[in-house]
Design a protein around this ligand. Structure first.
Ligand SMILES: Cc1cc2nc3c(=O)[nH]c(=O)nc-3n(C[C@H](O)[C@H](O)[C@H](O)COP(=O)(O)O)c2cc1C
Ligand code: SF4
Ligand code: SF4
Length: 456
């Protein structure tokens, strides 16, 4: 059995799976259910002194859509879109005090950690909430600089508004650091371009780790009524955000080497693996638990265990950041990779009339001749698209040898702009769409614009 335990901010987590700050951590009873289900940690729903942010939660709106933007009724698939609006904990942080102590003990008895979360009105509030969390025995606190909703709340300055301002973020962290000893973790917003700077400044001010990331702000529309879903802009997430989140996990790993808790886009253990391979030490799961229930946690944890055994990873560290380390540092590294071209196995091309590959090649490297797909290697730039899309895996990418270059296989010219040619012109009639194909079948000519391109 693989070793799932992981060190994070001086604490040992029995596995990397932590429940994020969200509705399933909004009461002592729910927190206990998370620990009973095997979570190594749970971040309490953000504790606050901002009345409006507590009231917002009491007026929450949630809707789950499919990739078309329709409301999903019944079973929710993996590619869900979670569009919702809710605030911070609806219970004042001072009322949480006895429960924090009790839940912390409950977690500790199960080898897990209750993590605090704070989002306050002003510096005094930030300090007081974090001190309260520490006094109740919680071993670390997450600062919510990522919530998308305060930006829509008149008079509230918090969440992503802080997370978009490196100076302000640093000031808040520094002020809290002065009064609190437990590790501080900053939850970042992806709604910005200066995320690395915010993380770096937060670290200089005393933060030990980051959560990357909270959700985006979106705007969803019901096209039947022309009305915005749930009344207007809201937080948006789902597994579709995962590659966007991973991009930040990757960059923080590479450029800051800061401990990361990965969040935003996890459905099952496969997503957990991706976050770890990008560099996260722990991960946070949130909205999927609102959809599948807290009972989904053991599936994620057991799935991770199974995956590691099947793939020969003895522990989390052996898997962590492997993809980030293998990634190109910049695009020039990719240019220097050995050149390839596509070859086709005609026996595997079971349906040469499907022409998916031809339709998607923008380099004139594939055509249909005598009922077969013909490769024109002199045009193939080795982009791999046809190789990926062929449903029968009939394409293979082959290294292009010096002899093949000599035979005229595609080799980029040294001075691309001197050649006066359009390498990506779309003059393949089979890739232009059905109306045009119909014309062609009837012997009609192509549109003048297309004729011009193909006759160049
Ligand atoms: C309904 C809802 C409420 C949330 N409330 C909070 C919150 O109080 N504090 C916080 O830091 N993040 C909050 N989040 C963000 C989640 O903790 C999490 O970072 C985000 O949903 C992305 O993770 P996921 O893809 O696993 O859902 C909330 C998210 C949702 C969907
Ligand atoms: S690899 Fe790219 S350029 Fe080459 S044939 Fe396939 S789609 Fe065209
Ligand atoms: S996509 Fe595959 S099956 Fe379809 S025509 Fe191309 S090679 Fe043949």
């Amino acid at each position: 059995m693989a070793k799932l335990d992981v060190e994070f901010c001086g604490l040992t987590f029995k596995n990397p799976v932590v429940v994020s700050s969200i509705e399933p951590t909004n009461s002592p009873d729910l927190l206990k259910q998370c620990f009973d289900a095997g979570a190594a940690g749970a971040v309490i729903k953000t504790l606050t002194d901002i009345e409006d942010m507590a009231r917002l939660t009491e007026n929450s709106k949630y809707c789950i859509m499919n990739d078309r933007g329709d409301i999903i009724r019944g079973k929710v698939p993996r590619d869900f879109v979670f569009y919702s609006r809710s605030g911070y904990s609806s219970t004042h942080y001072k009322e949480w005090i006895p429960h924090l102590k009790e839940c912390q003990q409950y977690a500790a008895d199960r080898g897990a950690h209750l993590i605090g979360s704070a989002g306050a009105k002003d510096i005094d509030g930030w300090r007081d909430i974090c001190r309260t969390i520490e006094d109740c025995g919680l071993p670390m606190v997450e600062l919510n600089f990522g919530c998308p909703h305060p930006a829509m709340m008149p008079g509230v300055h918090g969440g992503s508004m802080i997370g978009q301002e490196p100076d302000v973020a640093a000031e808040v962290v520094r002020a809290i650091r002065e009064v609190v000893d437990i590790p501080l973790m900053v939850k970042l917003t992806p709604d910005q371009s200066r995320l690395l700077e915010v993380a770096q400044r937060a670290r200089e001010a005393g933060a030990m780790a980051v959560t990357a990331t909270n959700r985006y702000t979106g705007f969803a529309i019901d096209i039947e009524t022309g009305m915005p879903r749930i009344g207007g802009p809201a937080g948006i997430g789902g597994t579709w955000t995962k590659p966007l989140s991973l991009r930040w996990v990757h960059r923080i790993t590479e450029e800051l080497d800061m401990p990361i808790s990965g969040s935003n886009g996890i459905f099952d253990h496969r997503d957990v693996v991706e976050f770890i391979m990008a560099g996260a030490r722990t991960v946070q799961v949130g909205s999927v638990l609102m959809i599948k229930g807290i009972k989904w946690l053991p599936d994620i944890i057991n799935g991770l265990d199974r995956f590691m055994d099947e793939h020969g990873y003895p522990d989390i560290e052996s898997m962590r950041a492997i993809a980030s380390r293998a990634a190109a540092k910049d695009y020039s590294t990719q240019f220097m990779r050995a050149r390839t071209h596509v070859e086709i196995d005609h026996d595997k091309c079971e349906n040469p009339t499907c022409t998916v590959c031809i339709q998607m090649c923008f380099y004139e490297a594939l055509s249909q001749e005598d009922g077969h797909v013909k490769v024109h290697p002199e045009n193939c730039i080795g982009c791999e698209l046809c190789y990926d899309v062929c449903p029968f895996k009939a394409m293979s990418m082959q290294p292009t040898t010096a002899e093949q270059f000599a035979q005229g296989y595609f080799q980029p010219p040294e001075s691309v702009f001197e050649t006066n040619k359009f390498t990506t012109r779309r003059n393949n009639p089979d890739s232009i769409g059905k109306p045009h194909l119909k014309k062609k079948a009837k012997g009609e000519t192509r549109s003048p614009a297309l004729q011009t391109i193909s006759e160049e």
